[in-house]
Write a protein that binds this ligand. Structure first.
Ligand code: URP
Ligand code: ZN
Ligand code: ZN
Ligand code: ZN
Length: 483
């Protein structure tokens, strides 16, 4: 069986042109004019783009005394409904748990995925076992390792652990990821706020000012530079962190920054809403910022100093959020966004003229496929690439509503937002999972995507490290000692 997408305009990270796309055995078999197939999808008036890749999700994750509510079933349905055809989730060992043990847990959960997926591995503690198992993790095709500089007493690693792990990741040819917030300062500020009677969700924002993020981002960049490893900073929310990334990139350091669609479009006023539930539902780390920071993030996407737009999809129900009534530090941190990332970014990015359609493709798909070592299998419209495609209708509109979403939670942080630009068709390895507003996806269709270590950036960095490694100075005539 072959499928052809006819009469559309192909938009990739660097090209825009009219052509049909022929799909066979889940891959792109031909791109050209007048192609025919067993099934025809009409893309008149639409753009044919690589499906979105969301490199930052937490599906069914044990966290803050509960589990995130969307699992690989509802989470990947949400992804497909919004034009995202691949997610990269975080395998998260609890402190003391082996990496391979955690990986087994994530393997078990991910069997329900409706679209393809990969994993990052989190390093939440450090000893010889972790060091050793990192090799086996890379051999499994997981080449990116996440480190939390926040969540003191739980997931946080200290600077010595960070440096050791970064060096190991560098030697294995991987990419280091960081959640960059100064966890010690957050813990101090939180305790003080609670003692002063600041118990509501707004105190979550007070406890994590932009400086907390800027300091940690800069520290992670410097540690990564000393360790000789490429660094990817997740959920960059503010100018303070963006500034550190911008400066590092201008110095030639291999650093990428990832803003979230939530930080690009929602601001800190959400936390001052008199409705406790409204504010608590938006508690995530880092918190939403004032508009000045939003402008910085958009400028970063425009200028290229920020590279990827993700969601950090980590959804909790209102009932789960209410664990934190009377103590904001117990509100589970996280928000949803998987179904809304692409339409929200198109509406607020492309339709406003902040981003070109090609830049949209770059930051939602192609850049991360390259960073994580899976391009051009993913993130491309090329012969031989997986047929993970979205046929995008720039004129289609809807109002975002929790009542019609795939996510399992009972609200949506974008509730009531009008979006223009929606998928007409979404294909996951050739299977048409979305047709108009209808989802026809299959539990278990998703496959694990193994990734290659030692990409071009790693190889360049290794060559430079070797060239500039410390070497003893050759000397003649060393003076006799003790004279
Ligand atoms: O608040 C957030 N971001 N929750 C998910 C875990 C993390 O820090 O990424
Ligand atoms: Zn995080
Ligand atoms: Zn996260
Ligand atoms: Zn079907």
């Amino acid at each position: 069986m072959t499928t052809v997408i006819r009469n559309g305009t192909i938009v990739t990270a660097d090209l825009t042109y009219k052509a049909d796309v022929l799909i066979e055995h889940g891959r792109i078999a031909a791109i050209g004019q007048g192609l025919t197939g067993d099934t025809t999808l009409d893309a008149t008036g639409c753009l044919v783009m690589p499906g979105g890749i969301d490199p930052h999700t937490h599906l069914e994750m044990p966290f803050m005394g509960t589990y995130s509510a969307d699992d690989f079933d509802s989470g990947t349905r949400a992804a497909l409904a919004g034009g995202t055809t691949m997610v990269v989730d975080f395998a998260l060992p609890s402190p003391g748990q082996g990496l391979l043990d955690a990986l087994q847990m994530w393997d078990n959960k991910s069997g329900r995925a409706h679209c393809d997926y990969s994993f990052h591995m989190a390093v939440t503690w450090w000893d010889r076992q972790v060091f050793d198992e990192m090799q086996a993790v890379v051999d499994r095709g997981i080449t990116s390792f996440k480190h939390f500089m926040a969540y003191k007493g739980a997931l946080m690693v200290n600077d010595d652990e960070l440096f050791s792990s970064f060096r190991r990741v560098g030697d294995l040819g991987g990419v280091a990821l960081v959640h960059a917030e100064n966890g010690d300062v957050v813990a101090e500020l939180s305790a003080r706020l609670l003692a002063e009677g600041n118990t509501g969700p707004e105190a979550h924002a007070y406890s994590r000012p932009p400086q907390v993020e800027g300091e940690a981002t800069n520290r992670a960049i410097m540690v990564a530079d000393m360790a000789g490893v490429p660094l990817y900073v997740v959920h960059v929310s503010c100018e303070d962190s963006h500034e550190a990334i911008r400066r590092a990139r201008s110095q030639g350091k291999r650093v990428w920054g990832e803003p979230l669609i939530q930080h690009l479009t929602l601001d800190e006023s959400e936390y001052f809403n008199p409705d406790w539930d409204h504010a608590a539902r938006r508690v995530m780390s880092p918190p939403f910022r004032d508009k000045r920071h939003q402008d910085s993030l958009w400028a970063g996407l425009q200028s290229g100093s920020l590279s990827v737009v993700a969601t950090d999809h980590c959804a909790f129900t209102t009932a789960q959020k209410r664990n934190g009534i009377g103590d904001f530090t117990k509100i589970p941190n996280g928000t949803g966004g998987l179904e809304d990332r692409m339409p929200m970014l198109w509406t607020h990015g492309v339709a406003t003229g902040r981003l070109t359609p090609n830049e949209f493709v770059a930051v939602t798909s192609t850049n991360i496929a390259k960073i994580l070592g899976m391009y051009p299998r993913k993130g491309a419209v090329l012969v031989g690439s997986d047929a993970d495609l979205v046929v995008w209708d720039p004129e289609a509109e809807k109002t975002i509503a929790a009542g019609s979403q795939q996510s399992a939670i009972d609200y949506n942080v974008f509730e009531g937002q009008r979006v223009k630009g929606l998928p007409r068709y979404v294909l996951t390895r050739g299977h048409v999972a979305v047709d108009g507003g209808t989802l026809d996806s299959r539990e278990g269709h998703g496959e694990f995507v193994a990734r290659e270590p030692r990409g071009t950036v790693n190889r360049a960095l290794s060559a430079w490290k070797e060239l500039t490694a410390p070497r003893p100075v050759e000397r003649s005539g060393i003076p006799a000692s003790g004279v």
